[in-house]
Design a protein. Structure first.
Length: 268
């Protein structure tokens, strides 16, 4: 646990190791579960292990609506300090509302901080999460360094998963002969996603899909309740300012050796 002014940083350490079984429900945001892991380990003085030599570090930073370029730098400093590395291979930025950030100008300042890290040799490549075509166009207009990739949670190809129907067919005639597909069995590329794919390709920007990747849900995390549960609220009101997920992979990214989360709480 690190403290600076009104901001406190908590680390989960490597969650690929065995961790205490927490009260987890599918309705609880992943970041909230990870905050509990971080607080438990802080309370029991369990420390994170450093990064293994030669590992490829990928980071996804979740920023709050109030985040600034300074938060990008704070997140970078926290993860490189925790993992004892000097360089990040890939960094993705996830904002809660891309349109709002573009309109306010905060997106420009945040991306300038990312560009500074690239120019300084601190990160090799960077991308942005959940952009639409028009948002990507806006970013490319002001960016000195284009994002290398856009990360989305939608599948990039249309697929239909076959299912085995074990129901005995009925002999009773029906007036409606339309067969309804089972929920979750069909995935279609939407026109908006196709538009993004076509434009990104023309700009030499890669669109990546990871349906399992968490979306920015900082505002859904009940930070106050979790801190109170571990008697760490200090009578203050808390919110998460930023959080990040890191992964360390070896053997050409085919073997995941470490995964963890770091979160920064802001007290009023």
């Amino acid at each position: 646990m690190e403290q600076s002014n009104n901001v406190t940083v908590w680390r989960t350490g490597d969650i690929s190791e065995a961790i205490p079984l927490l009260a987890y429900t599918p309705q609880k945001p992943v970041l909230e579960v990870m905050l509990e892991v971080a607080l438990y380990r802080a309370q029991h003085k369990q420390r994170a292990e450093p990064c293994c030599a030669g590992g490829r570090v990928s980071v996804k930073v979740f920023l709050s609506a109030a985040a600034t370029s300074g938060d990008v730098m704070a997140a970078y400093n926290s993860v490189t300090s925790a993992l004892q590395v000097n360089e990040i291979d890939t960094l993705f930025i996830a904002l809660p509302d891309n349109d709002a950030a573009l309109l306010s100008g905060s997106f420009t300042l945040i991306w300038e901080a990312v560009e500074g890290l690239i120019q300084g040799g601190k990160i090799r490549s960077a991308g942005i999460c959940e952009l639409t075509r028009s948002q990507l166009e806006s970013v490319i207009k002001f960016a000195k360094i284009k994002p290398r990739a856009v990360l989305v949670t939608q599948p990039l190809t249309s697929t239909t998963t076959p299912t085995t129907n074990t129901t005995t067919p009925t002999t009773t005639p029906t007036t409606n002969t339309t067969t309804q597909p089972e929920v979750g069995q069909q995935h279609f590329v939407t026109p908006a996603l196709r538009d993004l794919l076509d434009y990104a390709s023309s700009q030499d920007v890669t669109v990546l899909s990871n349906p399992a990747s968490e979306q920015n849900a900082l505002r859904d995390v009940n930070t106050q309740a979790v801190l109170k549960k571990y008697n760490m609220d200090n009578g203050k009101q808390w919110t998460l300012r930023w959080a990040l997920r890191y992964t360390v992979a070896v053997n050409c990214r085919t073997l995941l050796s470490q995964k963890g989360y770091i979160m920064a709480g802001d007290q009023a």
